[in-house]
Design a protein around this ligand. Structure first.
Ligand SMILES: *Cc1c(COP(=O)(O)O)cnc(C)c1O
Length: 356
């Protein structure tokens, strides 16, 4: 190795952006990270109390991941041998990319897709082939198929972040069936959408379905992700690739308690789905916006020339939304997460005041 290589490599990495986290503005109405506030605060109180009673953090969480896997297995009605866990689904995606992708494998995905995933491909110099969204913020399955022969890995968020688009079920099943390489379906927002794909892992060995407790269960701070895949891959992932203790005891025990209360999650998801329709309907009354359909817990809209002004004026009032700017032919995109009824009403009132 040449002298100074470490300094040189550090400098090279310093030029990269890394994942762009939202700004931290204190006391704000946080509608920028697709967190779930519709889930009662009491819920996390309950599961953390449970975790506290069942944890001894002097010890490594020996056997903890296995117990969590059994809880997920019961929740999904899928065999435990097909379920793996990670420190957020971010870490699961990172391990998959780090071990199955390289400069020589091409990833086929949409543009845009999950920001962290794009950033990771960039970091590892993994070539990406991307399919753009249409003017109506939809993807065309044929556009993907025409690029299949050039790709080794297909990665799709279903529903997509940041557009909220989800393929009709048959379409996505068709894509999975006809692709020969590795397929990663990211269902971080799956519970807010029309369907899930995990049962297809029983018949398709090249399919990994990734999910998380961050969005539907409102536990982003817990850092708990999981995946469903064929037993051979799952075994390799958990035994060889994953860290010996990827999740803290507190995370494991809280996660188990959360999964025993799926009805709380489902009630929050139902509130968010009906609020989603209210936000879309209300934003559509402003003819200066293009508001896109969404199957997730957020809504994307193009505010055109007014977008910079709207973003800043909302921020001044303590309302944070995600500023995305140009997506395909749309130049002024903003993404607003769906909060509680009260939060959403505040957001909608603020927009109304800005436009009138
Ligand atoms: C939020 C998000 C994740 C991240 O999940 P964590 O489990 O919190 O790491 C994964 N994929 C997509 C598409 C997301 O939007």
């Amino acid at each position: 190795m040449k002298k100074g290589w470490f300094e040189h490599d550090t400098k090279k990495l310093a030029a990269m952006y890394g994942y762009q986290k939202p700004e931290q503005n204190g006391g704000s109405l946080k509608l920028d990270s697709n967190e779930n506030y519709a889930i009662p605060k009491q819920f996390q109180g309950d599961i953390i109390t449970h975790a506290r009673k069942n944890s001894d953090v002097r010890e490594y969480p020996l056997g903890g991941a296995e117990r969590l896997v059994r809880a997920i297995s019961k929740f999904l009605r899928m065999p435990p041998s097909m379920i793996g866990v990670g420190n957020g689904s971010d870490q699961i995606l990172d391990i998959i990319l780090g071990n199955f992708a390289s400069k020589k494998t091409r990833v086929l995905t949409s543009n845009p897709t999950f920001g962290f995933f794009e950033q990771r491909c960039d970091l590892y110099s993994i070539p990406v082939i991307s399919v753009p969204f249409s003017e109506h913020m939809e993807l065309d399955a044929g556009d993907f198929e025409s690029k299949f022969s050039r790709a080794d890995i297909l990665y799709l968020d279903s529903p997509n972040n940041p557009t909220g688009f989800q393929f009709p079920k048959k379409r996505l099943q068709g894509l999975v069936k006809s692709f020969n390489g590795l397929v990663i379906i990211d269902e971080a927002y799956g519970e807010f959408g029309d369907y899930g794909m995990s049962s297809m892992t029983k018949t398709h060995k090249n399919l990994i379905v990734v999910n998380t407790l961050s969005k539907s269960f409102g536990l982003a701070g817990l850092r708990l992700g999981y995946f469903v895949a064929n037993p051979q891959f799952t075994d390799v992932f958990m035994r060889v690739l994953q860290y010996p203790y990827p999740l803290s005891t507190v995370t494991i025990e809280s996660g188990i308690a959360a999964l025993e209360r799926p009805d709380t999650m489902r009630a929050a998801v139902n509130i968010i789905k009906s609020e989603r329709e209210r936000i879309i309907r209300t934003l559509r009354t402003y003819h200066s916006f293009d508001v896109f359909d969404s199957k997730a817990n957020f809504v994307l809209f193009d505010a055109h020339g007014a977008y910079g002004r709207i973003y800043s004026a909302l921020a001044e009032q303590g309302i944070s939304v995600r500023k995305l700017g140009k997506i395909g032919p749309h130049r002024g995109c903003l993404r607003v997460s769906i909060g509680t009824k009260e939060m959403n009403s505040k957001f909608l009132l603020a927009v109304r005041d800005l436009l009138e």
